[in-house]
Design a protein around this ligand. Sequence first.
Ligand code: ATP
Ligand code: MG
Length: 283
Amino acid sequence: MKAIEVKHLTFSYDGRVNAVDDISFTVEQGEVFGFLGPSGAGKSTTIKLLTRLLVPKANRVFVLGQDMAKADYRFMRRIGIAFENDVLYPELTGFENLYYHAKLYGIGKQEIEEVMKMLDILDARDKPASQYSKGMKTRLVLARALVTKPQILFLDEPTSGMDPDIASYVRKVLKELNKNGTTLFVTTHDMHEAEQLCDRIAFFSSGKIVAVDTPESYKKRYGESRILFQVGSDSLQIDRKDKEELLKLIKQDQWDSIHSQEATLEDIFIKVVGRGLKEGDEL
Ligand SMILES: Nc1ncnc2c1ncn2[C@@H]1O[C@H](COP(=O)(O)OP(=O)(O)OP(=O)(O)O)[C@@H](O)[C@H]1O
Ligand SMILES: [Mg+2]
């Protein structure tokens, strides 16, 4: 059984522009699958359709074999959902926020504390959520998603607003969960996040999947490595394949240093999609 199967899924908020425009893809169990795309691409809309926060048309979205247009409350326990701008109860403590969610599913205090510990927010257990920093709130939302021990986690920009150390810690936790069998579906506009976390990445832009591949394979297919010759404050970039030019420059011996530069996933995104990952980053 596939973890996720999406067939020709389209969604429009206003009946005119498609926020999600005829996408199809599958995610295997145990995989980390990422949607990488710029702001407004339709990433959050997609994840809402996958988790029934927006109700998809029947026969378009299957999660663990379940048609999500007909998923009920019992099924929802098997999936965990963490959104970028998720709603917490600000007056309740971190623990209480998790407790009210966990209680619905008969989950006890010990499990809640275990999850808080795993995400390094147990010290803030009794603080109101309103006093959590942005990165702590994101971890609290993640803790809420994890408390039912879901088979699949849906994560919308999971490290948004976190400082780099905490972001890397959270990615480590996510990788560990994946190693223990949890399937992850992740959206991000951060190429490093996509590259570090994902087994496969869909390049996503204007509601459409433009390509799906592994990070290594993208680099092999589209990446060009270049050699950088530094001469004083000037630099000269040469295509690695241009052996003749490379040898000529080396023999001329007028350089201060030579570096090799691999194409980044963002370079490849621009090449394949025709725009960058940041706003206004059109070609
Ligand atoms: N509730 C809504 N009503 C109307 N239009 C919406 C709504 N939510 C999103 N949109 C529009 O749908 C498109 C896709 O938005 P979405 O939030 O899915 O993008 P995103 O890729 O998650 O962006 P970001 O990286 O900024 O979170 C955008 O054009 C957005 O303006
Ligand atoms: Mg979004």
